[in-house]
Design a protein around this ligand. Sequence first.
Ligand SMILES: C[S@@+](CC[C@H](N)C(=O)[O-])C[C@H]1O[C@@H](n2cnc3c(N)ncnc32)[C@H](O)[C@@H]1O
Length: 387
Amino acid sequence: MPDHSANTSPSSPSENAGAAETVVRAMKGHGFYDRHSTPQRATIDAVLPWLEDAIANMRLTEGSPTIGVADFGCSEGRNSIAATQAVVAAVRKRTAQPILTMHTDLPLNDYSRLLTMLRPEGRSVFNVAETYSAVVGGSFYGQLLPPRSLHVATTFNSIGYLSRRPIDRLEHHVQANGPSTPDAPGSVSQEEKEAFLEQTLADMESFLRARAAELVPGGLLLLQCFGAGEVWHNCDRITDALNDALLAAVAAGRIGRAGYETYYSPFYYRTVDEMISLVATPEAPLGSLFRLDRAETFDVSVPFVEEFRRTADVAKFASAYVNFFRAFTEPQLRMAFVDRPNVDQTIDEIFAHIERLICDDPERYELHYISVAALLTRRGGAMPEFG
Ligand SMILES: C[S@@+](CC[C@H](N)C(=O)[O-])C[C@H]1O[C@@H](n2cnc3c(N)ncnc32)[C@H](O)[C@@H]1O
């Protein structure tokens, strides 16, 4: 069950590390996330060339017996393996040393497909000599790997998930960035938004300190996550549709008003400036640990949106769109409403409601998958201090 205790101050990195498991229930498993995450894959493909270029020029320390490569927030694994394949290929061009790939996520994540996919027919999926893999369960807001064991770290579409609920209730919308569709009901106050932003910054600090401990000096960290641009924030229109669907469930007596007011999505869409603020300059709070090499915001082109533009098949579009949204939304809804009678039926109705809204007016629910990304290099010298 989610932690609903009222709590307003950001916690220390070590507290954050444990709390994440109580507020995020991984993704919808049994292959569902893997089948419905093509937008996430498109965002990964957009930033991988940054890393490939940086690996071509990075300093690889002679002393390390093994080159460590880790992906944080691997989910069911399809996208994690695809991204790591590019990293392994780039590293192998630079050195013949053994490579260890590590795929990490919360302990409750469904790892079954990943474990199978890593060694199809008993051989490493990476198909590159001397490459080995491991899976590590734990919150990425704490240190998961030995000190200075990592040369290249990636995280995609994951560090937006908060380690804890920054406020007890978000009474008038399901998401802390608030409504975006013209005429959409609901609101989020400035004070509420600030509580989320503060938690996002505290989590970012925990994440960066943990990775700073794990990375060798000169090691690379590629951060990519859903976020906010100047006009859109990620998935804002379909999030308004979720808000409508939950209000309809309240009106139908499926969920109580108090349940609606207590539920909210466990993330806040931040801008790229908010994401890099801790490392933007050498004088920034963690500027002595990381050098910022590059940062960008982008609105990636989504395959099923492109297909809809070509075919105008609205039913197919709405189904793909809702399944993509459902893959990362359903587990949190289930956690919030698990004690309601007929929770499965209620959840099916919520997503069916959203699908109807999209079919009726696809233009109103246009999809923007907004990404924020940054490439950092671990500076040499001091190890981070943990609070
Ligand atoms: C949207 S999925 C992204 C999966 C994959 N990286 C991709 O881009 O397709 C987000 C993942 O982050 C994981 N996650 C969320 N909070 C986490 C935490 N504190 N520690 C580790 N993993 C976390 C979730 O369990 C989920 O698998």
